[in-house]
Design a binder for this molecule. Structure first.
Ligand code: SF4
Length: 488
């Protein structure tokens, strides 16, 4: 979970569910794999802004460089130059388990009987304590690797488990034995000195794709990261699949049957619009969500504006379907990321303006439809409505291109505890009053699912529907606690 909630709220004012990581891996002899990974991580920056790291191998030795901050803050040419070799794994992190600290930055390093492992993880395990028990059974109290250095993440436990095997002949064999023991969401890129691996949990909660370079292979959380390094999209890594890439080529092994439940929130908010997941372009899905929203919640208004950037495709869809002109009503400062500088008290009261500022000339005197992709705590929308009224809006109609978020996520998205979710305790009209809008409309679950063009049976919709793909301890959920369910 994040450290200073107050700072987070001010500097990350969209108070949306935060994804907790992006992974990137490359196997390409003759290429500058550190630079490729750097640019791959740049394309995945939206998936995590707390820390960034790259590990490379030259076939004999793994080097890693990681630190807190954005990719552009962590790396410069001097940091990348020593990262030589033909294999690399990179990672950007948003903390959901383990605090935001250097010790928890990834790739995670660990010793194995066959060399060293460097691992990057996107997702969230739900049986970490049980896995930690397995590590202690093997290693006793004498913890090595990142656990020994004080890391507290599910990723460090997973890395230790892959490394503490005494019955396997290779990291590949260790992975085939350990991966079926992991429960929850995991899209992994990892490597030893000789081989790049990628694996995706049997539900395929988080995306993970395979791409081809003329001289090798790339794996990445999103297709947009393939585009930026000039790799062609080959296919998704299948749920329950382990890929092994080395000098003899690419091999696939299955460690579990696939029961796909891709996260629908990737389409709603998390993924980049220029990414394609399971054959559906994210921008097209969001555009369709806006069209459906316009049919489900029409209103008389003068302009449609978006909460930039993630609300933009849905706002365009709403405008197209309703015939109400689309306008840019808010300007976003694209360079406000996480920072370690505390804002002043006065700035804290201004809150959202660090990131969004209204265009008064567009707003004043108008009846405005504001399209946003989701409401989690409601803080953004409350501040936004106040800001638009101050800018002279005549009416403010909020339209949300997803249903109310009423359940926590255990699979890699940090929403909030159930008690913090505004929709878990209030009716739609109470939410409208709480944020101060003239009207409020949420998209239906059916409309959201249809917009992805995927069958409902292949999607996770749990944060909206409460239908978790795996058993969850509902008593604890209902009590407003959100510890990960153990070994469910
Ligand atoms: S609970 Fe929601 S955010 Fe979490 S994986 Fe399922 S759909 Fe995605």
């Amino acid at each position: 979970m994040h450290g200073d909630g107050r700072l987070t709220q001010v500097l990350d004012p969209d108070d949306k569910g935060q994804d907790e990581c992006g992974v990137f891996g490359v196997w390409a002899p003759g290429e500058d794999v550190a630079h490729l990974t750097y640019f791959g991580l740049y394309a995945l920056q939206h998936r995590g802004q707390e820390s960034a790291g790259i590990a490379t191998s030259n076939g004999e030795q793994i080097l890693v460089y990681k630190d807190m901050g954005l990719v552009s803050q962590v790396f410069n040419e001097d940091h990348l130059r020593p990262l030589t070799g033909h294999i690399a794994v990179g990672h950007v992190r948003y903390a959901t388990t383990g605090k935001s600290a250097w010790t928890n930055a990834q790739p995670t390093l660990g010793p194995t009987p066959f060399g060293t492992i460097a691992l990057g993880h996107n997702g969230n395990l739900v049986n970490t304590q049980a896995l930690m028990g397995l590590v202690r059974e093997k290693s006793g109290e004498d913890l090595t690797g990142e656990l020994g250095r004080g890391s507290s993440t599910d990723t460090a436990v997973m890395t230790a488990l892959l490394g503490c095997s005494d019955e396997d002949q290779s990291l590949e064999e260790a992975a085939m034995r350990v991966l079926p023991q992991l429960k929850g969401a995991f899209s992994l890129a990892f490597m030893d000195e000789h081989t790049l691996y990628a694996a995706r949990d049997p539900y395929g909660f988080r995306p993970l794709v395979l791409g081809r370079l003329s001289s090798g292979w790339v794996v990445a959380s999103e297709t947009a990261a393939l585009d930026i390094v000039g790799a062609s999209f080959i296919r998704e890594i299948e749920p329950g699949e382990l890929l092994i890439i080395d000098e003899s080529g690419m091999r696939s092994r299955r460690f579990a049957d696939a029961t796909p439940r891709g996260c629908i929130f990737e389409y709603v908010y998390l993924a980049r619009p220029d990414t394609t997941i399971a054959g559906r372009n994210v921008n097209a899905a969001r555009n369709e969500m806006g069209r459906v929203l316009a049919r489900e919640h029409p209103v008389e208004a003068d302009i449609v504006i978006a909460t930039p950037d993630s609300g933009t495709p849905a706002a365009i869809g709403y405008a197209q379907e309703s015939g109400i002109p689309y306008a840019q009503g808010l300007v976003k400062n694209a360079y406000v990321g996480r920072t370690f500088i505390q804002p002043t008290q006065t700035m804290r009261q201004l809150g959202i303006r660090l990131k969004l500022n209204p265009l008064r000339e567009v707003i004043a005197g108008k009846r405005i439809v504001v399209v946003d992709d989701s409401i989690v705590r409601g803080n953004t929308q409350r501040a936004l409505v106040r800001m638009l009224r101050e800018a002279g809006a005549a009416e403010i109609h909020i339209r949300i291109s997803s249903p109310p978020v009423v359940w926590p996520c255990y699979f890699g998205i940090d929403f909030a505890t159930r008690a913090e979710l505004i929709a878990s305790g209030l009716s739609i009209d109470q939410i409208r009053q709480s944020i101060g809008a003239d009207s409020l409309g949420f998209m239906s679950e059916e409309g959201m699912i249809a917009s992805t063009t995927r069958p409902e049976s292949t999607l996770c919709t749990a944060c909206f529907s409460g239908k978790y793909p795996m058993p969850v301890d509902h008593t604890r959920v209902a009590a407003g606690l959100d510890p990960a369910p153990e070994d469910s």
